[in-house]
Design a protein around this ligand. Sequence first.
Ligand code: ACO
Length: 327
Amino acid sequence: NRKSRILGTGMAVPERIVTNFDMEKLVETTDEWIRTRTGISERRFADGDVTNSSLSIQASEMALKNAGITADQIDLIIVATITPDMVFPATACIVQDKIGATKAAAFDLEAACSGFLYGLAVADRFIASGMYKYALVIGTEVMSKIIDIKDRNTCVLFGDGSGAVVVGPSEDDSRGLLGFDLGSDGAGGKYLYMPAGGSEKPATHETVEAREHFLKMEGKEVFKFAVRVMENASLRAIENSGLSFDEIDFLVPHQANERIILAAAKRLQLPMEKVQVNLDKYGNMSAASIPVALHEAVTQGKLNEGDHVVMVGFGGGLTWGATVMKW
Ligand code: ACO
């Protein structure tokens, strides 16, 4: 069993910044409410020809460059998303074509905000088994296309962006991805979902009029679930890695709510300078939140070689995921 390692990271966000003050003009809300209840100040929304695949391509090209790998060396592309360009073909296939990953297998993976960590676990196993050498794992969302701008409970929370990593065999067996904890609670699917647009309820005039092509969420229920699983999944992934929580140096959490992140940091006894937070700038980018936060931690020089890093997230499904890596 080979160990796999993240060899390079990349990110992309749309240019247009939408501040809380801009949201005040669209829906009955205030900058004060959004900042104090969530920690978000602004987010990015995609305009014009900016799509899930165009953001994915930009982030991937940066990750490839930072890893020193060319697209034709990539064996596998996984795009984790709930907002693909189309239901099919997979956004991963669009990326495969446009970046010139001529020998890559490609598919999309749907585990909402946990999707990037699910994708990372899949890539890790393909590399560990020796079947593939290099994988591109991308988490991308254009949440602005599925939020209901008339629903203040949800529309202020989300943003658009993309994060990508190149995963490959670790040259040094002590470094790399050490352990995972993935899980789901399908009974909680009703707390976070999009009713129409799938095969059960295809688009009709009625579904459009009923605003069923937008995300629905019971925020309080998701909040309770999130606080619980962020702790439990992190602790299980740490245990699966053969470590104890006092050996953890850095936390890259899913960026949904500042209060959820603070609770997780407290449980792992990490000071906030050891926790990557960017939801103030981007809001919740679902599957893109963790890889973008990781990329920013790397480029801001916050990770030292040998640091034990926890990445943890939760989301629709309901799902959760956590991993520990030695950087
Ligand atoms: N502006 C002003 N007031 C608002 C807004 C808003 N944007 N949104 C809600 N309110 C009001 C509510 O109507 C409510 O008013 P009421 O008491 O008169 O009914 C009041 O504010 C309080 O609402 P609560 O729901 O109690 O607020 P809460 O403290 O629970 O915060 C929040 C809501 C931010 C959504 C929180 O529950 C949360 O973060 N939940 C987790 C959500 C999450 O993590 N989702 C990510 C999943 S990721 C994925 O897979 C896509």
